[in-house]
Design a protein around this ligand. Structure first.
Ligand code: K1U
Ligand code: ZN
Length: 172
């Protein structure tokens, strides 16, 4: 397993805007990618990660929503689909490892029903609510090349990218 570099909007926007492709089979190569993604997400640290954020345009997401002090609860989503979303929406102050240090409120469906393949390749269908619903919608946006800042005004989005670019220049 290895920690891989996370792509950010200052230098890798064109890659992050790509639409990811469906995975053909859940095999050992894919499990190695999911292991790397999980390790990368824990090291960041973050609560979710889409494969495109490490430059792999595949429809794969990892997530761990365990609170501090709780045992890890890694979750893997291959070829996830949203089957249903509630009409009710909720706001949440989101962040993104590809838009570091920027947080803003996004309104999303309060509950969604999702179907996906897990780490073993078994088909799962479940309903998500709370932070799980927020996070799966944020990560599934990544699979379409959509970032949380795309839900904000053009002014806020451009300001966010400028801020990340400035911070990256200062760090270099
Ligand atoms: O970049 C990503 O897609 C990961 C992102 C997931 C996310 C966060 C908040 C709302 C929706 C989706 C993050 O993990 S940002 C970092 C973060 O939220 C966090 C980091 C450490 C501890 C707790 C949270
Ligand atoms: Zn993100």
């Amino acid at each position: 397993m290895s920690v891989r570099p996370i792509l950010t909007v200052d230098s890798d926007l064109a890659v992050l805007k790509q639409k990811s492709l469906p995975v053909e089979r859940v095999d050992d190569d894919l499990r190695r990618l999911m292991d790397d993604m999980l390790e990368t997400m824990y090291a960041a640290p973050g609560i979710g990660l889409a494969a495109i954020q490490i430059g792999e345009p595949k429809r794969v997401i990892v997530m761990d929503l365990a609170r501090e002090g709780e045992p890890p609860q890694p979750r893997y989503f291959v070829n996830p689909e949203i089957l249903w979303r509630s009409e009710e929406t909720v706001p949440y102050e989101e962040g993104c490892l590809s838009v570091p240090e920027i947080y803003d409120e996004v309104e999303r469906a309060a509950r969604v029903r999702v179907r996906y393949l897990n780490y073993q390749g078994a088909e799962i269908e479940e309903e998500a609510e709370g932070l799980f619903a927020v996070c799966i919608q944020h990560e599934m946006d990544h699979l379409e090349g959509v970032l949380f800042i795309d839900h904000l005004s053009r002014l806020k989005r451009e300001r966010a990218i400028k801020t990340v670019r400035k911070a990256a220049k200062q760090a270099a």
